[in-house]
Design a protein around this ligand. Sequence first.
Ligand SMILES: [Zn+2]
Length: 215
Amino acid sequence: MTYYDVSMAIKPDIQVYKNKPEKRPVFIEAATHDVAGVYETLIHLNLHTGTHMDFSLHMKKDGKTSTNFDFTRLIRDVKVFDLTHVKDGITKDDLIDFDINPGDFVLLKTRNSYEDTFNFEFIFLAESGSTFLKDKKVVGVGIDALGVERNQKGYPTHNTLFDHDIIIIEGLRLKDVKEGNYHMIALPIKIEAVEALPLRVVLYDVRKNPISNNQ
Ligand SMILES: [Zn+2]
């Protein structure tokens, strides 16, 4: 069975949003064999590092947090769309020809997946694209950018998705995954009352693996 691990590896030199030093993960030896007889690592980690999901507290003061998130919403079928030709924001026009039905969870594969360093001109989901997906009644959107949007005043893409309880996954790595239907297994770390959670996201081909039971 072929599993596609579409998660970023978290390491000290992982790409971080706008290359901001304060967003870099810091790995600290918390205990060493020589001193403590055991080895332990402490990580100073922004929760938006690498592959992760956002909760609406990220954008709204009274927004939802990770507490009581139903993790089964991330174990399901997904559709990967190839948008590697898009050069800026993904608009309604870029999405209109795809087969999108109510209840779909869509993953947007762009040229971002081919870049290991942060690109200030990264491909994002434009406001019109987010409105289109909301109108199509998708339940989740994943993208291979560290932000689902950039340079949009008032964060309309985040807010459109959050306002309709549409899950946002950021930081996917979809280079090795072709457009098509997959089953997704993604589990967030269980930290309560926060605005984002790191994810390990794995895809596999549903046609080759008939155990899938999602609709
Ligand atoms: Zn985020």
